[in-house]
Design a protein around this ligand. Sequence first.
Ligand SMILES: [Zn+2]
Length: 210
Amino acid sequence: MSETKIRDEIAKLAKSIYERGLTFGSSGNISVRLDDGWLMTPTGSSMGEIDPARISKLDKDGNHVSGDKPTKETFLHLAMYDQRANAGAVVHLHSTHSVAVSCMADVDPKNVLPPITAYYVMKIGTLPLIPYFPPGDLDLAKAVREMASDHHAVLLANHGPVVAGKSLRDAVYATEELEETARLFLMLKDLKTRYLTDEQVRALQDKFPS
Ligand SMILES: [Zn+2]
């Protein structure tokens, strides 16, 4: 896909995410890996109004080379790419239900959400919780980097998810699956629930390795 087409695709999917209430204000950011660097949504921009021509471009060393200034959360994206050679795109949102789950006490930090549906197991699998760090703290990038080699999706405590995918669509769809599963989890939390069994989860992982 040409860089122009990728820029259009980022703007189109960002608008779709925004219009469905998965992001708001100037929160959320998307990046795509190119042969010569990365495209990153600009700082302070609304996902609903991304101008493809003004998307930030970074070179292979992460230096800003063209377009508007990149998101202040660029380091989260680069930490994920650094550990995942096959990651083609990364999505980070402050989507409400995922953030709600990221604030809950007593979740298992090794795997925050239970296996509610087969699609969740196939698109996310396990979801570790990264401890809270204030915005811009580089220790957050370090913590993400430590988890990213084993996990394409992580949940930042009191903040939101960071999800990598082979393609931009894969990353967006997995982030949406995570958000909907977080919503289901909150709907079900006071109800007696039948989750998938360990055996059912293993069978899915064998049939659809991520
Ligand atoms: Zn954020």
